[in-house]
Design a protein around this ligand. Structure first.
Ligand code: HEM
Length: 466
């Protein structure tokens, strides 16, 4: 039996816990215009009344109903500055400041020490919309057809009236999956993506209306992603005294997000991979060792020097039916590989504290740039998102003995020497890769709070207490 209060899917924004499996996504970073908090509230009111903010209870039906009215599903987050602009009372603000410092400070002032964003990735180089306190509202739109996004943008812009500064509407962040096969989506470096996402106890568990769990699927406590529940350690940071029921209710079922625009230098990445290729390490093996998965998405295991030739698991769950307890020396998936760093699973050498992230990344492509619009959800930006980047991604990997000094090969900040990526081998000597370049450049990061549906309603009404 679950050790937490029941989760009500109708309270959760569907984007957070399930996402929308659409080909296209459009993000807006909007700034509430001076003296227009009332108009922003009215905009939110209309969005809620018209059902644009899809919740996690039978979300597919809600999305279909929207499409019939020339609307599309949306998600809504607020930055701390945005909640202030919406008139959130100071005692609510103080709770964010004391229990969610990263969110309250915003990503920009923390980027150099908590996100490894220095050099070309430094905040001074970020796009204007990501600069400190520039954005208030983070609005996401989802559709399979870009024309629907255009139409919905026009509708929403009209609906908002003078609520937001016009620059935000003029600069959407458009993401589009590469290729239309939803089962085999790749990002710009060519890796299969969208394989893994955590499943949440009480949201995705095998209750009526939900599919049975498949092989390889594990449930994580809701408190890793939603406020007001215990996490894997049983710790609930959002326990608030019961006499403050309204206050507690406001935070409950919300989630924090990090939106991170990352430019990918595919030419530098491919040149690097080719420079490391040898007869002992063919190109496909180098790529697999860097990520931790083969081209077809299967994890790389200790017995495989070349890509597996047999049939691959036919489902995402099948591709996730593994942990690193069977690979304690990293002879299959190296300790430094992206997926082993970002989710060490049951790695025998790492601390027990799990730091899971929900990922909703989508590639973007413009005439002179390509990259990933990363969107991550978690209950603690400090303990999860920032820890993964600052500690697990940009310091030496776990693993003993481990001569690796390179950062995460995909997302590490490889300014300067770049370090050595050690590939443990049973037959020795270990091959080592070096000459890493900055393959990914940060163009901006934005922290938002995605309130529950009832709390969006509170924000729309501007009434916080009985
Ligand atoms: C351009 C930047 C990035 C690229 C190209 C990239 C690529 C990938 C790919 C191809 C996978 C494997 C597919 C899957 O498991 O679904 C993956 C997994 C993952 N990535 Fe990234 N990623 C990027 C940035 C990040 C960042 C910034 C973070 C965290 C702060 C992150 C965290 C993760 C996590 C947690 C997983 C799942 C690992 C697992 O559970 O096995 N990634 N990434």
């Amino acid at each position: 039996m679950s050790a937490h209060p029941p989760v009500n899917p109708a309270h959760l924004q569907n984007l957070v816990v399930n996402g929308f499996d659409t080909h296209n996504t459009r993000y807006f970073l909007l700034h509430i215009a001076d003296t227009q908090a009332g108009a922003a509230r009215q905009f939110l009111r209309t969005l809620l009344d018209q059902g644009w903010v899809v919740n996690a209870d039978n979300s597919r039906n809600q999305a279909n109903a929207l499409l019939q009215h020339q609307r599309c599903p949306v998600g809504i987050g607020f930055t701390f500055a945005g909640l202030q602009a919406m008139g959130l009372p100071t005692h609510y603000q103080r709770l964010f400041q004391s229990r969610a410092t990263a969110f309250a400070e915003g990503a920009a002032p923390r980027a150099s020490h908590r996100l490894a964003d220095t050099g070309p990735s430094a905040v001074a180089e970020w796009e204007p919309a990501f600069q400190a306190r520039a954005a208030h509202l983070f609005l996401t739109l989802h559709a399979d057809d870009p024309a629907v996004l255009d139409q919905c943008t026009t509708t929403l812009r009209t609906m908002a009236g003078p609520a937001f500064a016009p620059e935000g509407w003029a600069q959407p962040f458009d993401g589009a999956h590469l290729g239309h096969n939803k089962k085999s989506r790749r990002e710009h470096f060519g890796f299969l993506d969208g394989i893994t996402n955590p499943l949440i106890d009480g949201v995705h568990r095998h209750t009526p209306g939900h599919a049975e769990l498949k092989v390889g699927q594990k449930l994580l406590p809701p408190g890793e992603f939603l406020l007001g529940y215990g996490n894997s350690d049983g710790y609930n940071r959002w326990l608030i005294a019961s006499e403050d029921a309204e206050v507690r209710q406001f935070f409950a079922d919300g989630s924090f997000s990090a939106f991170r625009k990352m430019e990918q230098n595919t030419e530098a990445f491919n040149t690097f991979v080719q420079s490391q290729t040898s007869s002992a390490l063919p190109e496909e093996t180098v790529r697999a060792k860097l990520l931790g998965r083969w081209h077809d998405g299967q994890v790389i295991t200790p017995t495989q020097a070349t890509p597996p030739t047999g049939p691959k698991p036919s489902t995402r769950a099948g591709l996730n039916d593994f942990d690193f307890s069977a690979d304690p020396q990293g002879q299959g998936c190296p300790f430094g590989a992206h997926i082993r760093r970002m989710n060490p699973r049951e790695d025998p050498v790492v601390p027990v504290r799990k730091r899971p992230l929900i990922r909703r990344g989508i590639p973007y492509t413009s005439p002179d740039e390509r990259g990933l619009l990363g969107l991550f959800f978690c209950a603690s930006l400090e303990d999860q998102f920032e820890h993964l980047l600052a500690e697990w991604g940009n310091k030496n990997p776990f693993g003993v003995p481990n001569p690796s000094s390179a950062k995460d090969p995909i997302v590490g900040n490889h300014e300067g020497s770049g370090g050595v990526f050690d590939i443990p081998s049973a037959t020795g000597p270990n091959p080592q890769l070096c000459g890493f370049k900055p393959f990914v450049k940060t163009k901006g990061t934005l922290y938002s709070f995605f309130p529950s549906l009832p709390s969006l309603d509170v924000l729309a009404r501007g009434i916080y207490e009985k």
